[in-house]
Design a protein around this ligand. Structure first.
Ligand SMILES: [Fe+2]
Length: 266
């Protein structure tokens, strides 16, 4: 058994800039402080690492990635970064030159854990807020799935299934059928899929694969399933997730890290 942290949709801006009335960098600093206090070494539930499923920045500027790097250095455990539709791959790679990339330069990697392989995918594609796994990225995924029988945990920014929020469903993973085909022969060993993009706490299953996502550390998307051309926003509380993985279960605890109501004995 081990614990890790899932964070998504940071939308970091250069220092001093705000988005929808909030400071995404300050929000992330609070998340990092909370994670360090609650899940650092020696805590009751120390986390092995943090995985951030994209939209690291809002506009992909170098100054935003520099700010992100400075904030994440406050984490007392390793962190693994992924790209979302708001990111810029070249600027990310310049700011995080140590980040693993595949042979084609995409931000994809495998993290080997005691519970199986964590496969992190890069669904960023140019010119659209939708996502795509091109032939090269799908080939890389297929090779990773074929080379081991270990259990698999998948991570990607764009969900491959519609989730009911009209505007977000227009910018999903565009070739979800190709992903489904790549996963089909390996379905039995795929234990869970984690995604971002929605800025909402949600979970379910897709083709029998359990999935979860959560609110961003920045602004949120409102639960509005009406037909509309704009994305419904909200200022619901930001969260990160503590994920506990064991031989026979995956448990995802969302934590509203800005909540100030305090705890008490029931
Ligand atoms: Fe986002």
């Amino acid at each position: 058994m081990f614990d890790f942290i899932h964070i998504t949709d940071l939308h970091i801006l250069p220092p001093g800039e705000t988005n929808y009335g909030l400071d995404p960098a300050l929000r992330l600093r609070h998340a990092v402080e909370s994670i360090a206090a609650r899940h650092g070494p020696g805590s009751a539930a120390p986390a092995e690492f943090v995985i951030i499923t994209g939209d690291l920045t809002h506009h992909g500027q170098p100054a935003a990635y520099a700010t992100l790097r400075e904030i994440l250095e406050g984490l007392p455990m390793p962190f693994h970064l992924m790209l979302g539709n708001h990111d810029e791959r070249a600027h990310f790679r310049a700011a995080f030159p140590e980040a693993p990339v595949d042979d084609a330069g995409f931000i994809q990697q495998v993290i080997e854990t005691e519970m199986g392989r964590f496969i992190l995918l890069d669904t960023k594609t140019e010119g659209t807020h939708a996502g795509l796994l091109c032939e090269a990225r799908l080939a890389w995924l297929t090779a990773r799935l074929e080379e081991s029988e270990a259990p698999v945990f998948l991570f990607l920014h764009h969900p491959p299934m519609p989730l009911g929020i009209t505007r977000m469903d227009r910018i999903p993973l565009l070739n979800s059928a190709a992903l489904a085909d790549a996963l089909a022969p390996h379905r039995a060993k795929i234990r869970h899929m984690f995604h971002g993009h929605l800025h909402r706490p949600l979970g379910g299953s897709w083709l029998g694969i359990p999935f979860t996502s959560l609110r961003g550390t920045s602004h949120q998307v409102a639960l509005d399933l009406s037909e509309r051309d704009s994305t419904p926003g909200s200022h619901e509380p930001p969260a990160y997730a503590l994920v506990r993985v064991s031989e026979d279960s995956v448990v995802v605890h969302a934590h509203d890290f800005l909540d100030q109501t305090g705890n008490f004995d029931l």
